[in-house]
Design a protein around this ligand. Structure first.
Ligand code: PLP
Length: 437
């Protein structure tokens, strides 16, 4: 079993200088302690105690080519030798934007920024400017970044904030310091519920600028849309002159070259992308219909950011995309197959130890949870899971050499291999045996 003495010491040191000891609140929730990394390569991470992990956290999603990928590292290095940011235009931005328009069904043109949060901010701004309306519909359990105008309670299950006492339908700020007023224009609905969406759009369609949704509710339960649900969202938003935004910050360039929208066959007006596109380098984007995107060109909508579209991030994203799509997208098929094998193996282990639990799964992402129910298709059912037990399980996995997010969400990269999966299944079996004991 691994020891974490140096990580514990470093956390004490870090808290002296870095607010909260971590650079993103989510990271504080890792048990038994937030890990401090020494180095990482491929599918493996080594911490400062010398422990080596198979990594399924993958930096919360971006590391689709794993760590320190030689081609990506080489291309970033080459790009940096020509300067790392210009505040001026360059060919890389054009090449990347063109590539995105070729691959993503909803993309006529693209705006680039640094994080998913910023991409969502721009998408909402475009929707409001385009429609002249103010309100935005968002859904329970979806996460769209941490900007005040969209960040609500019920965010991601590994936040440290205690949200268990809040009732499910109320909308309240997701953090101290967020004005209640910032959410005045947000309507919060249950997801995967056609009636709730239809009646709200019927009643309030005249004041709703946008409906924003993850295509698959990856942040809470990896819940897949019910048959026809996204299609209905598309139909209703079109009918009411509402901008449909698919937040593909997780699913873009992960569910396939054209993201979840291609896989599920629904084309939104605007799409936000980030995470996997940069392979771990900060970059995000909004892509969409020309009619909307031209608001940036006309100057009606301001889109700003000192480091937007810098050559290092565009070189990284171009490399990631080319690595993923070469050989007819073989990387996506491999990731899907490996994930299937891992998921089937974990399901078999759960059964063997008679531990009530399930895995929701699509593409190279899955959510494992301990729960009595046999199916989780909505956020309310997801909330019934035993989150504390999963956190304990994740901590045991960590002690045994498998790094996962304490929430239950697992990512697989294009560099994970069968050996990783087989080793992981051994570890999962040991961890479940310990949990069941
Ligand atoms: N949208 C979704 C669906 C996300 O999962 C996230 C982050 O996890 C964001 C937006 C925000 O992205 P970022 O953390 O890059 O600001």
């Amino acid at each position: 079993m691994f020891k974490f003495e140096r990580s514990v010491e470093k956390m004490v040191e870090s808290k002296k200088y870095l607010a909260g000891g971590v650079a993103s609140s989510l990271r504080a929730s890792m048990k038994p302690t937030p890990l401090f990394v020494e180095k990482a390569e491929g599918s493996r991470v080594e911490d400062v105690d010398g422990n080596l992990y198979i990594d399924y956290l993958l930096a919360y999603g971006p590391l689709i080519l794993g760590h320190a990928h030689p081609k990506l590292t080489g291309n970033i290095h080459q790009s940096m030798q020509k300067g790392y940011t210009y505040g001026l235009q360059h060919q890389g931005e054009i090449d990347l934007a063109r590539r995105i328009t070729e691959l993503l069904p909803s993309a006529d043109s693209v705006s680039l920024s640094g994080s998913g949060t910023e991409a969502v901010m721009l998408a909402l701004r475009l929707a409001r400017a385009h429609t002249g309306k103010r309100k935005v519909v968002r859904f329970h359990g979806h996460f769209h970044g941490w900007s005040d105008s969209i960040f609500t309670a019920f965010l991601t299950p590994d936040m440290t904030q205690d949200i268990s006492q809040q009732d499910e339908v109320s909308i309240s700020p997701g953090t101290g310091g967020q004005s209640e007023k910032s959410l005045e224009d947000v309507i919060l609905l249950p997801w995967n519920d056609v009636e709730a969406l239809e009646s709200t759009l019927d009643e309030h369609g005249h004041e709703i600028a946008a409906v924003i949704s993850e295509p698959v509710m990856c942040n809470n339960g990896c819940i897949i849309p019910k048959t026809g649900y996204l299609e209905k969202m598309r139909e209703l938003t079109s009918k009411q002159g509402i901008v449909m935004i698919l937040d593909e910050v997780i699913t873009g360039f992960r569910f396939g070259p054209g993201g979840a929208q291609e896989r599920l066959g629904v084309t939104p007006d605007l799409t936000t992308i980030g995470k996997a596109m940069g392979g771990g380098i900060a970059i995000s984007g909004v892509a969409g219909r020309r009619e909307l995107m031209q608001l940036v060109e006309s100057g009606e909508v301001n889109h700003l950011g000192t480091l937007n579209g810098n050559p290092v991030s565009t070189a990284a994203a171009l490399t990631v995309i080319e690595e993923l799509v070469r050989n007819d997208g073989a990387a996506f098929l491999r990731m899907d197959d490996l994930t299937d094998e891992l998921v089937q193996g974990i399901r078999a282990c759960l059964k063997k130890y008679r531990i009530p639990g399930l895995i929701n799964h699509l593409g190279p992402v899955f959510h494992m949870m301990f729960i009595e129910e046999t199916e989780v298709r909505d956020f309310a059912t997801f909330q019934k899971r035993d989150a504390a037990k999963y956190t304990e399980f994740a901590a045991i996995l960590l002690e045994e050499g498998v790094l996962v997010r304490p929430s239950g969400l697992w990512y697989i990269s294009a560099v994970h291999d069968r050996q990783d999966v087989l080793e992981t299944l051994d570890t999962v079996e040991r961890a479940l045996r310990r949990l069941a004991a």
